[in-house]
Design a protein around this ligand. Structure first.
Ligand code: AMP
Length: 584
């Protein structure tokens, strides 16, 4: 399955044709009758995320480029900015504002015709995939989760540094050195390289044609776009190269064969230097320590006590005992761990509970869930987990953008649990631990249950010490717990996060909350919380579980919003806001 990295803002429009040529657009307009104001929208090949508006007036065709600006808005050159292509078309249907006439009739796609995927769509997806695969050496699910959770950040990295990892990029070499490299070995037409020019830190393209090397300057305009003189402008160098492979666009020949850089480093570590911040994949807890086959050989539920060093530092406490910091010695490495130590005077039931928690955690392996390393039975029973040193989410409060990113990660972890048929039953901000400001993991599986293969819910025989304010009506009324009731808790957790860690339902007591919900009331939108995010909370608080969305939907909704703000803000979602509480 190909992952759509950035949602195409026009994908849903019936008059959007995707990546079709100008001539094809004109064919469609002809077929639809050539009336004044007949129009369609297509993808622009030149600029990332841009469109072309093709229309008819007086039996003539007009094509207007719609550019996506740095701030994420869309505009026709000289025209007003709009927040999306749809809004732009709506505007021009009321006011020609410089166009040949107003947009009067959409030329909708004929039945059965889908928007044409663009060359950049698949290229961009592949670039992101390859970039993540090579940079973090990930495969399989770990790779997919990294792509989904960090696509906006990775796209930005690629846009600025991707050319550096291309074999055709030779860095800063002189013109004669470029010629020497191109003349060595075979010299087919279209053999090329790209180099940095020492003079003004611009770039140049050197190309073989008819056994002669030609050099082209690459200009960068004020907005940072690249082009060969008089040529098409592109957001990135790799796009320029990819385009010139398809079309010479003023060159003597199109680009055909990369002249590989002999000094290309095998490990492209220098690239990471340009990274603005740590991504989840950069941390040691993104993948399981047992993802290394060597380490996997030693994987057992029970750990040897002499491999475990326990610090006196306490990370937290609960009614079971305390959580201590420690180090666990593996075959090849030592890892930081958090150790849940049972009180020494523990009764058998508490011990059993901890073993149950361990059995659950043992079956889970996801980047957005705190992993268990194992249990250790020594001076007391201990549950050894990966370290998430940032502390719980409700104690850490940062910018809103950040919250969307973290809550998206929580939705990914919950979607994983839902797929594995586990119910968490205690999802709350206090149980979302941070690895760092941009990386959250779900923890505390003390109440969690694995559902039977044919069961969609777990029925508790008796009510216990339950976090009622986080529980859906069916949990309280019928003791029925499912992924759908976890979705309800997810809504409450979102509310906590967007209200910077306030307590839900203010001073209300559990039973009061129940009647509040029964009356159809719900918590208000936290101050300054985006409407889209409050709408999602309300969906999570759908009274009937049958009508409540599952985590697949929740993850999709929050992902779309997260990507949309990531493309709108120039700096992406990593923009740091004011932090009320700093992380260590
Ligand atoms: P718990 O009873 O599981 O909620 O743990 C109590 C407290 O211990 C939490 O609020 C955290 O501050 C800390 N803690 C628990 N697990 C971890 C972990 N894996 N990494 C770091 N701190 C943890």
């Amino acid at each position: 399955m190909a992952i759509q990295i950035m949602p195409d803002a026009a994908a849903h429009l019936p008059f959007y044709y995707g990546s079709i040529a100008r001539s094809e657009a004109e064919e469609y307009l002809k077929l639809a009758g050539m009336s004044d104001g007949l129009f369609l929208l297509r993808q622009c090949l030149r600029s990332l995320g841009g469109y072309v508006l093709s229309m008819v007036c007086n039996l003539q065709f007009y094509h207007y480029a719609i550019e996506r600006q740095m701030n994420g808005t869309y505009a026709i050159a000289g025209g007003k900015a709009h927040c999306g292509p749809e809004e732009l078309c709506e505007f021009y249907s009321k006011d020609a504002d410089g166009l040949c006439c107003t947009l009067r009739k959409p030329c909708n796609r004929p039945c059965g015709v889908d928007p044409q995927p663009g060359v950049f769509d698949s290229m961009r997806d592949n670039m992101v995939r390859e970039y993540v695969r090579q940079t973090w050496k990930l495969e399989g699910d770990a790779l997919e989760q990294a792509i989904i959770s960090q696509a906006p950040q990775v796209e930005k990295l690629i846009a600025t540094t991707a050319h550096e990892r291309m074999p055709w990029y030779h860095g800063s070499i002189a013109r004669d050195e470029a010629e020497r490299r191109l003349y060595s070995g075979a010299q087919p037409d279209g053999k090329f390289l790209l180099r940095e020019r020492k003079e003004n830190s611009a770039y140049a393209l050197s190309l073989v044609y008819g056994k002669t090397v030609y050099h082209y300057r690459i200009d960068q305009d004020k907005s940072g776009k690249y082009s060969i003189p008089e040529g098409t402008k592109f957001d990135t160098l790799w796009q320029l190269v990819e385009y010139l492979k398809l079309k010479p666009d003023g060159l003597i020949f199109y680009l055909r064969e990369a002249c590989p850089n002999p000094n290309m480093p095998g490990e492209l570590t220098s690239l990471s230097a340009g990274k603005s911040r740590l991504l989840p994949m950069d941390t040691s807890v993104y993948e399981s320590p047992y993802s290394d086959p060597e380490e996997l050989k030693d994987k057992k539920l029970f750990l040897k006590r002499d491999h475990l060093m326990i610090d006196e530092v306490e990370l937290g406490a609960g009614n079971f005992g305390c959580v201590k910091k420690g180090v666990y010695k593996m075959r090849k490495k030592q890892i930081d761990v958090a150790i849940k130590v049972l009180k020494s005077n523990n009764e058998k039931t508490v011990k059993d509970e901890m073993m149950k928690e361990a059995q659950i955690m043992h079956q889970l392996d996801n980047p957005y869930i705190v992993r268990m390393i194992g249990v250790c039975e020594a001076e007391s029973l201990m549950l050894v987990m990966e370290m998430a040193s940032g502390g719980p989410l409700n104690k850490f409060l940062a910018s809103r953008n950040n919250i969307v990113e973290l809550m998206h990660q929580v939705s990914m972890g919950m979607k994983y649990l839902e797929e594995k048929n586990f119910v968490h039953r205690d999802l709350a901000a206090r149980n979302v631990l941070l690895v760092n400001q941009h990386y959250a993991k779900i923890s505390d599986f003390g109440l969690s249950k694995a559902l039977g293969a044919d069961d969609s819910y777990y029925k508790a025989r008796t009510a216990g010490k339950w976090p009622l304010k986080w529980y859906a009506p069916e949990c309280i009324l019928y003791h029925k717990f499912s992924s759908k009731s976890d979705v309800w808790s997810y809504g409450v957790t979102m509310w906590e996060a967007f209200s910077y860690g306030q307590k839900p339902y203010k001073k209300m007591k559990g039973p009061e909350v129940i009647s509040f919900i029964e009356q159809g009331k719900r918590m208000d939108c936290p101050t300054d919380c985006p409407a889209e995010m409050y709408a999602l909370m309300q969906q999570c608080w759908t009274y009937r579980w049958e009508e409540r969305p599952g985590f697949t939907t929740v993850e999709n909704v929050i992902r779309s919003y997260y990507y949309s703000i990531a493309t709108k803000t120039e700096n992406g979602p990593e923009t740091e806001g004011k932090s009320k509480a700093a992380l260590p």
